[in-house]
Design a binder for this molecule. Structure first.
Ligand code: N01
Length: 563
């Protein structure tokens, strides 16, 4: 323990959507001394790091923003249907300026450890720069897909060309001009990147292990009429995003697939395809829960691939998909399948030949050597828990978070973990997080945490932590919610941690729906923070109501999951 440290009421890790809003509420509403520690050199979180070619948000811009302030909402106008990283960073900069947040953010400050000190009920944080901070409340806003996953393919260190991971993309311009590029990965990122890389690459080789469904994004500049429309309808838009299961600004149909004829279905799917975007999965209520219903959507999308891609073998490699549509996070794209009609693009089907190693000048597969000047890893993330484990987080009695979560994360409502008092995790594991439009999930968490801390201060409570019983029951319910969907049927999904070698296979986000989740969080508060143990120095009385009053039964029947 050091004698030299900075001490504040609250520290937030991360200066993305979560960190900025949490700083505002704690500093400006509760008057707490608050600071944000951020590893990057500027605002943005996910959007600070993800600058890869073609990067774009898949939530529509008018819903991918804060809604806590009507004034802020109406002062900002988005230029395109789906914003890119620069425009999102500009937006966050606008919010930071408006709320004068920058003075309380310390950039270039990577937190390496956070230990709970029992004697003072404080968290002590150390940074890579060797600084030490203490705070009563520690809040993580570290994002869910922020820890890059670079597969352990033999030989990478010998490669003499350039290589990049999309999630750590250089700030300087990367030129693909006349270069032979190998892109590994065809998730949402790879599907966005390939068409843009192919525009200037000498040749692009796309290494595909698992083919993917994709629906056109149909991105476009927004008209002045549209901008005026969303500003005028702020209240209605907010009401919709806060009441849907996935936080998106559209309602999921209440019609089931087999309530309509084949002709009606084809018309409905075609209409959704033409409209573009993630709402394709909202065409019918049961697409994400009923395999046979899902098959009809899957078949429609596979046929689209076969229609677009001219080379029959390539089309089959792209369209032979053996898992349900939206079973993994469904990408949306701009000309992804069309890209394979270009002469300078080839698909390497890793179901037919696999990567053996990276050589000095290319990739060796079981069939051939492919010479390359650049390798791009669009290989995803150690999602949801990865960033936590990059820090040495220790709670009561020096127990580490890594140890506590070694068989999978165990939280209550994704907000707190037993044994880690006053540690609040925005969009933590076990909350809807990645299954929800992120800013909607973030606002709800920030506001819940703010009210909880306000309650603690008003009632002279020193520590709040989830009870073991509550966490155990919640983990059970998170599994139950996932099992009601087709999400658990995809063995290679990052929702399950299956993309990272050695990671336990546990479904991490809460699939029961943001609307249901919001109600459960409110219910816990109404029941005197049921499931949370509140302690004061002078008394050790636990929260008056324990979980027996807290009813998950209402949450049992999941008909419209939040995906
Ligand atoms: O990552 P992914 P992502 N050899 O894990 C392949 C969000 N996002 O960065 O499926 C060969 O989905 C892997 O293959 P497989 C969004 O939530 C949002 O694309 O494991 N291939 C897969 O094809 C998304 O879901 C936006 O068999 C290997 C790919 O790499 C999440 O980020 C935009 C491999 C990884 O796909 C992650 O998407 C972009 C190996 N050794 C992303 N290892 C928005 O618009 C992995 N792969 C907001």
């Amino acid at each position: 323990m050091s004698e030299q440290h900075n001490s504040v009421d609250a520290i937030i890790i991360g200066a993305g959507f979560s960190g900025l809003y949490q700083l505002h509420t704690l500093r400006d509403q509760l008057n707490l001394s608050t600071m944000v520690l951020e590893a990057g050199t500027d605002l943005g979180g996910t959007w600070f790091w993800n600058r890869y070619p073609g990067a774009r948000c898949d939530s529509e811009s008018y819903s991918y923003c804060y809604m806590f302030s009507e004034e802020i909402y109406k002062e900002w106008s988005w230029s395109e249907r789906y914003p890119g990283p620069q425009e999102i960073r500009n937006y966050l900069d606008f919010v930071a300026q408006k709320l004068e947040l920058r003075s309380h953010i310390k950039f270039n400050t990577l937190v390496t450890s956070a230990h709970f000190i029992e004697e003072t009920n404080q968290w002590e944080l150390t940074t890579k720069n060797g600084e030490i901070y203490r705070a009563t409340y520690l809040i993580t806003g570290i994002g869910c897909i922020s820890s890059a996953n670079i597969p352990n393919i033999p030989g990478l260190k010998n490669f003499k060309g350039e290589w990049y991971h999309t999630g750590n993309w250089p700030h300087e311009q990367v030129s693909f001009e006349n270069k032979r590029i190998g892109q590994i990965g065809t998730g949402s990122t790879g599907i966005q990147a390939a068409p843009v890389i192919a525009e200037t690459a000498g040749h692009l080789h796309v290494f595909q292990r698992t083919p993917n469904y994709s629906v056109p994004a149909r991105n476009a500049p927004l008209t002045d009429d549209w901008k005026e429309h969303v500003h005028k309808n702020f209240k209605e838009i907010k009401q919709v995003v806060q009441s849907t299961p996935n936080g998106f600004p559209y309602r999921i149909s209440t019609t089931k697939v087999f309530e309509q004829s084949e002709n009606e279905r084809q018309t409905a799917y075609e209409k959704a395809w033409q409209k573009g975007g993630l709402q394709f999965r909202a065409t019918y209520q049961d697409i994400t829960t009923n395999k046979k219903a899902n098959d009809t959507a899957a078949e429609f999308l596979k046929n689209k691939i076969r229609t677009v891609v001219r080379d029959k073998e390539t089309a089959e490699s792209l369209a032979t998909i053996d898992y349900p549509y939206a079973g993994k996070r469904p990408p949306i794209d701009t000309n992804y399948f069309e890209t394979f009609n270009k002469d300078n693009v080839s698909l390497i089907n890793l179901k037919k030949e696999s990567i053996v190693k990276i050589t000095e000048n290319g990739i060796q597969t079981t069939e051939r050597h492919i010479p390359l000047d650049m390798i791009i890893f669009a290989t995803g993330f150690d999602a949801i828990t990865g960033k936590f484990f990059e820090m040495d987080i220790q709670g009561r009695n020096g127990i580490s978070l890594k140890e506590t979560w070694k068989e999978g994360p165990k939280t209550y409502l994704g907000l707190q973990t037993p044994g880690f008092p006053n540690l609040f995790t925005i969009t933590g594991p076990g909350s809807p997080s990645v299954l929800c439009n992120m800013p909607v999930a973030i606002e709800q968490h920030v506001e819940w945490i703010t009210h909880c801390i306000e309650h603690m201060r008003n009632n002279k409570i020193d520590t709040c932590e989830a009870s073991q019983e509550a966490a155990d029951k919640w983990v059970e319910h998170v599994n139950e919610a996932a099992n009601a969907t087709l999400l658990v049927t995809v063995p290679h999904s990052w929702y399950l941690g299956a993309n990272v070698v050695g990671k336990p296979r546990i479904f991490m986000p809460y699939a029961g729906g943001m609307d249901r989740y919001r109600a459960l969080c409110e219910d816990a508060v109404k029941n005197h923070y049921a499931g949370f143990i509140m302690n004061s120095k002078n008394s050790t009385n636990h929260s008056k109501n324990n979980l027996t009053n807290h009813n998950f039964d209402a949450a049992k029947k999941i008909t419209t999951p939040g995906i």
